[in-house]
Design a binder for this molecule. Structure first.
Ligand SMILES: Nc1ncnc2c1ncn2[C@@H]1O[C@H](COP(=O)(O)OP(=O)(O)O)[C@@H](O)[C@H]1O
Ligand SMILES: [Mg+2]
Length: 347
């Protein structure tokens, strides 16, 4: 549905390459998250998707058209197929909720009756049915974002772009807005591209995730695979920040990177689904007569599936420890739902 090809944006003067030959495909009906640190180029990227920002080079395909080749009139038409919401909502203060949502249709010349027919269901969908006549100043942050979502959906777009849509909201409101966006994705089959620096967003509604750094996409994957097997250092950092694993000071103090004589391996197990890893550990312990000391454990919901993050120390005879490790490693072949990594040693 969205396909970016060798997309590049250089800001003059100064020649800052905000986007550097980015290729990204977002299939129809999916939710794709783009994460990255501040200044990575995320906002510029998403603004290039509806040509709010004109790319310096490359192509922007949305619903079968390369937007960079369209003239003024065709581009206006194509943009009606792309809704957008922002961190700070961008509502018009002098207009009521109804009038804000109606605005895109009014601009497109809709009649009063057409407005009513389109706006009322959107207010219901976004939980604002009783706020018709309220002004933005009378609404909470979450309600304002609901108005912005309703307005973005007014022209019945196939694509919704979200730039840090929940970054100004508290955690509870964030969850409610994410759940609304997930609902919209499923019910209206809208393709969503979400820019965010929050892993909460990625965990809760994204199917795929891409990481941006210095204008480039350095890693891209299905969200479970991303959590299971992050490849770049930045991806690993994001995954760690999304789980509630914290280095325990007592363990950290005796942690060593190299296996000195008599040291026991500390193994990090990541897995999708419940009941995946417990049998493995039990079997390894029985078969090789080793003990597993659980140092940390966390279960997170990622894309509606349970994912576990477990840190264990393997104790026993050196040969038995090695066999247990081999056994666990054998379970974590490519494409498997378990990943096993020795992250250090303790003695
Ligand atoms: N209009 C602009 N003019 C010049 N430089 C810009 C402009 N917009 C963004 N940049 C630069 O492009 C880079 C990426 O910015 P941005 O896309 O806002 O990053 P992010 O959204 O990931 O924080 C930054 O170095 C920023 O300073
Ligand atoms: Mg930004």
């Amino acid at each position: 549905m969205i396909e970016l090809k060798k997309l590049t944006k250089v800001f003059d003067p100064g020649g800052v390459k905000a986007i550097d030959e980015v290729n990204l495909t977002v299939p129809e009906g999916t939710v794709c998250g783009v994460i990255g640190s501040s200044g990575a180029g995320k906002s510029t990227l998403i603004r290039c998707v509806n040509l709010l920002e004109r790319p310096t080079s490359g192509q922007v395909w949305v619903a079968g058209h390369d937007l960079t080749t369209l003239g003024e009139k065709d581009l206006r038409q194509a943009r009606r197929n792309i809704g957008m919401i922002f961190q700070h909502f961008n509502l018009l203060a002098s207009r009521t909720v109804y009038e804000n949502v109606a605005l895109p249709l009014e601009l497109a010349g809709a009649s009063r009756q057409e407005l009513d027919q389109a706006v009322q269901p959107l207010l219901e969908l976004t939980g604002l049915a009783d706020k018709n006549d309220s002004y933005p100043a009378q609404l909470s942050g979450g309600q304002k974002q609901r108005v912005a979502i309703a307005r973005a959906l007014a022209s019945k777009p196939q694509v919704l772009l979200c730039d840090e849509a929940t970054s100004a909201l508290d955690p509870q409101t964030t969850r409610a807005i994410l759940s609304l966006l997930g609902d919209i994705n499923r019910r209206l089959k809208i393709t969503i591209l979400m820019i965010t620096h929050e892993m909460e967003v990625v965990k809760s509604i994204c199917d795929r995730v891409a990481i941006m750094s210095h204008g480039k996409i350095i890693e891209e994957n299905a969200v479970e695979q991303f959590f299971l097997n992050p490849r770049t250092e930045l991806a690993k950092e994001f995954v760690r920040s999304a789980t509630h694993e914290k280095p325990v000071a007592e363990i950290e103090a005796r942690f060593q990177a190299e296996p000195l004589a008599g040291a026991r391996p500390v193994v990090h197990l990541t897995f999708v689904g419940q009941g995946v890893v417990q049998p493995l550990i039990t079997r390894a312990a029985r078969q090789f007569n080793t003990d597993f000391n659980i140092l940390q454990a966390d279960i997170e919901t990622v894309n509606e599936k349970a994912m576990g993050f477990l840190m264990v120390e393997i104790m026993g005879e050196p040969g038995a420890i090695e066999q247990s490790l081999q056994f666990l490693r054998g379970a974590s072949e490519a494409g498997s739902t378990v990943q096993v990594e020795v992250i250090g040693y303790v003695s």
